[in-house]
Design a protein around this ligand. Structure first.
Ligand SMILES: Nc1ncnc2c1ncn2[C@@H]1O[C@H](COP(=O)(O)OP(=O)(O)OP(=O)(O)O)[C@@H](O)[C@H]1O
Ligand SMILES: [Mg+2]
Length: 380
């Protein structure tokens, strides 16, 4: 049958179906552009909607997604509207709407056809699929980045451990012979001063080697049953005076009935000190607040160190666990504090979460599992 043989109403209906299909085809085309930012894709989709409705000349469209609004035409002037909710991963995320700026005769749903209702629902579904697909892609890229970062840290760790091992002995020898030389009789005072410098420098070097070994998890933790609250109380005792001197308020919120955890108390103290010292240093000259908190649930205990300091940019955040990465002046930081924290926490099968906002502050969360996951028994 040709178009000429169709009745007037059939022709109108056919034209409407062609418009709807053109719209859906357009959406599919737009969605197939992986390099296009999601915002641009959504704007293009909104612009495809008015021509698909029965009165395109007076039709406008609006899409609201996650609080961002995209429009085609003057939607605020619309008097007759139709809308469909968008569910992304089953959660309501927004609304897609069509409206006419002039009153049109009543049809199936106000001035709209029932086919237009189906089309709008389908468009809402397509938009949700596009957003879900984008999110999955972004999650994949993020996970890949995290894996690459973990891989890089492991490589750096192996390298650091190798270098640290090689240096341990010669540095030990330098220190030992310097201390021996100092004991020799009748050495002039100036030479003794030089030997003191050699001794101090080799002690510094030994300290760095020790930190590298902890980062590379070459220093096995000496674990026993410990209460994180005791570690925090003892550790903060020494840090309180330093905070007060620098005008920083130190607030401590300890959870009562915190379960004990199997851990190395010396290493956990090191984690606390490194985090609190960083928090203190992030204040610069301004007065601020540091909050140290302990929490627990059935699976883990958690140490939180939160500050109102300078915060970190994404670039800094990406590097904080890399040995020797520091933003501090030469001589003020070795860039080993957080790598040591990383080494200790992973040595306890724990996890570190960091959130930071430039100019607002930083929050470190250390999660330590209460028990090792149960071993899977053999079937026989
Ligand atoms: N609480 C924080 N607020 C803002 N920046 C931080 C914070 N903690 C760490 N950083 C950033 O991370 C970098 C690395 O920290 P890390 O503790 O590893 O080394 P460092 O403090 O520079 O030197 P070190 O701890 O060896 O004295 C710091 O130089 C700083 O830029
Ligand atoms: Mg530090």
């Amino acid at each position: 049958m040709t178009e000429g043989q169709l009745s007037q109403s059939e022709k109108v209906a056919l034209r409407e179906r062609v418009k709807e299909l053109t719209c859906l085809y357009g959406i599919a085309q737009v969605a197939r552009q992986p390099d296009k930012p999601l915002q641009n894709i959504l704007q293009s989709i909104v612009e495809l909607l008015p021509p698909a409705w029965q009165y395109p000349k007076v039709a406008s469209a609006r899409l609201n997604l996650d609080g961002v609004c995209y429009t085609a035409g003057d939607f605020s002037a619309c008097c007759q509207k139709q809308s469909a909710e968008i569910f992304v991963n089953d959660a309501p995320k927004g609304l897609v709407e069509i409206g006419y700026t002039e009153n049109e005769p009543q049809l199936d749903e106000g001035p709209f056809l029932k086919e237009e209702r189906s089309l709008l629902n389908e468009i809402a579904r397509q938009i949700a699929l596009i957003v879900e697909h984008r999110q999955a892609e972004e999650d994949k890229i993020k996970l890949y980045g995290q894996l690459r970062h973990a891989d890089r840290l492991a490589t750096v760790g192996m390298l650091a451990a190798g270098v640290a091992h090689e240096l341990n002995e010669p540095v030990g020898n330098i220190l030992g012979f310097a201390q021996l030389a100092k004991k020799a009789e009748k050495i002039p005072a100036s030479v003794k001063k030089d030997i003191d410098k050699i001794e101090a420098a080799s002690l510094d070097a030994r300290d760095i080697i020790q930190k590298l070994l902890v980062f590379a998890r070459q220093v096995p933790p000496e674990k026993k049953s410990v209460n994180l609250n005791d570690i925090v109380k003892n550790g903060l005792y020494f840090l309180e005076a330093r905070c007060a001197k620098e005008g920083t308020e130190l607030v401590c919120v300890l959870s009562p009935n915190l379960p004990e955890v199997i851990a190395d108390p010396v290493q956990l103290n090191q984690v606390l000190v490194n985090l609190v010292v960083n928090a203190l240093q992030s204040m610069g000259q301004k007065a601020g607040k540091i909050m140290v908190q302990t929490k627990s649930n059935e699976q883990e205990v958690c140490l939180v160190v939160e500050d109102t300091g300078c915060g970190m940019s994404k670039e800094v955040l990406d590097e904080i666990f890399t040995p020797f990465f520091t933003t501090k002046d030469i001589g003020c930081g070795t860039g080993l504090g957080l790598p040591v924290v990383h080494g200790i926490v992973t040595g306890h099968n724990g996890v570190i979460n960091v959130e930071s906002k430039v100019g607002q502050g930083t929050r470190f969360e250390i999660h330590l599992p209460l028990k090792k996951p149960p071993k899977i028994k053999d079937a026989n």
